[in-house]
Write a protein that binds this ligand. Structure first.
Ligand code: PLP
Length: 384
């Protein structure tokens, strides 16, 4: 039987066995974590165990964790809940940050997608109203890692709070909330091998937040509603698994797979562009172009070959619309439209890379042959 090559882990990574086992236990737990009887206490224990593991993943206190329905809600809670007059976010943030409130000021990024610290400083200097600065740890499309500790140093000079979206970085690189200087940090379970529909906002002890969901006062009055014990337990188990992986260094095997993939693509198509390649990137992500072939065509053709990759802003829509991240990096839209995102994860193997390179190479050769037959126009790619 043919094995599918799933190379879209930044969209969602397969559920880890540890998470599936924890979900199964939690599914059979009876009761409500707020009940004082033995069943309630059992559910409470599952939630609190998960809280400790999720906190450990980012070097936080368990009491700092507020479980949410995912990364989107965590980002919304951070941006709306801090009640700051100004919200300043990088131009390459996920839509759940940029659309969280109607008044997000954008910090520009350079050609590699790294945030411009001087511009941030100037933005903060020109308006003294209390601000929240939101800059992600790593980008979902390019994998580019932002200098969040430096962002925090700038923000603190102006007494601004700092939020960081660590949804893509968590489990792929070490993330330590204190070292980053962040006051608020967002996580999502399904990006680390838990279930979709669970996430967390980590809130530093001295930061107060106005809840968006009010009711029974769960999560220390910061997010009401009976806890999703199945999703939370799986999240905790996945957090434990990725932490063990990071400690053992086994996550670095993805760097060698990703670098091998990029070397082979460059050898086949020297005109292929790899975005953010001069910046520090996550070990698992590669956003690259096939000259003359739209990302959408590549995704569909590769899918027919049993290989799943992401196109454009696939993390949020999968619709193949123009990527706002590449636009913010000032990549011409003709080039950006040729981009696909390959993102590896815990199930990725070397033969997935071999299959991808083989299929991508065959598609490239096929489309070049067709273009040569139909036109004498050379295969030129504009530099960004
Ligand atoms: N932030 C980033 C950087 C993401 O890539 C995603 C992915 O969709 C989210 C936030 C939203 O997370 P969730 O799917 O858990 O709502």
């Amino acid at each position: 039987m043919t094995r599918f090559a799933y190379l879209d882990h930044n969209a969602s990574t397969p559920v880890r066995p540890e998470a599936a086992a924890a979900a199964s236990v939690a599914m059979h737990a009876i009761g409500n974590g707020s009940s004082p009887h033995r069943f309630g206490r059992m559910v409470r224990r599952l939630i609190d165990d998960a809280r400790v593991r999720v906190a450990d993943l980012v070097g936080a206190e368990p009491s700092s964790i507020v479980f949410t329905s995912g990364g989107t809600e965590a980002n919304s809670l951070a941006l709306c809940g801090v009640r700051r007059r100004r919200i300043i976010a990088s131009d390459v943030e996920h839509a759940s940050v940029l659309r969280a409130t109607g008044r997000v000021e954008r910090i520009p990024v350079d050609g590699n997608g790294c945030v411009d610290l001087d511009r941030l400083s100037a933005m903060l200097a020109k308006d003294p109203r209390p601000a929240l600065v939101s800059v992600m740890v790593a980008n979902n499309e390019t994998g580019v890692i932002q200098p969040v500790a430096e962002v925090s140093a700038v923000a603190k000079r102006f007494s601004a709070l700092v939020h960081t979206d660590a949804v893509q970085a968590a489990g792929k690189i070490p993330v330590d909330m204190r070292a980053l200087g962040a006051d608020l940090l967002s996580l999502s379970a399904h990006k680390i091998g838990g279930l979709a529909g669970a996430g967390a906002l980590v809130i530093a002890p001295d930061v107060s937040i106005t809840p968006m969901v009010r009711g029974g006062g769960q999560e220390r009055e910061r997010r009401s509603g009976t806890e999703n014990v199945v999703g939370i337990s799986a999240f905790g188990a996945a957090a434990g698994a990725v932490r063990r992986e990071l400690v053992s260094g086994s996550a670095s095997r993805l760097t060698s797979l990703r670098d091998d993939l990029e070397d082979r693509i460059r050898a086949v198509a020297p005109g292929s562009m790899i975005f953010g390649v001069e910046a520090a990137r996550l070990p698992n992500t590669s956003c690259l172009t096939m000259p003359g072939v739209s990302g959408e065509t590549q995704v569909l053709a590769l899918d027919l070959d049993g290989i799943s990759v992401g196109a454009g802003a696939a993390c949020s829509s999968g619709k193949g619309s123009r990527s706002p991240v590449l636009a913010a990096m000032r990549i011409p839209s003709s080039v950006a439209s040729e981009a696909i995102r390959i993102s590896l994860g815990w199930t990725s193997r070397r033969d997935d890379i071999d299959r991808f390179v083989q299929a991508w190479t065959a598609l490239y050769a096929h489309t070049r042959g067709r273009r040569r037959a139909s036109t004498s126009r050379p295969d030129v790619v504009a530099a960004p």
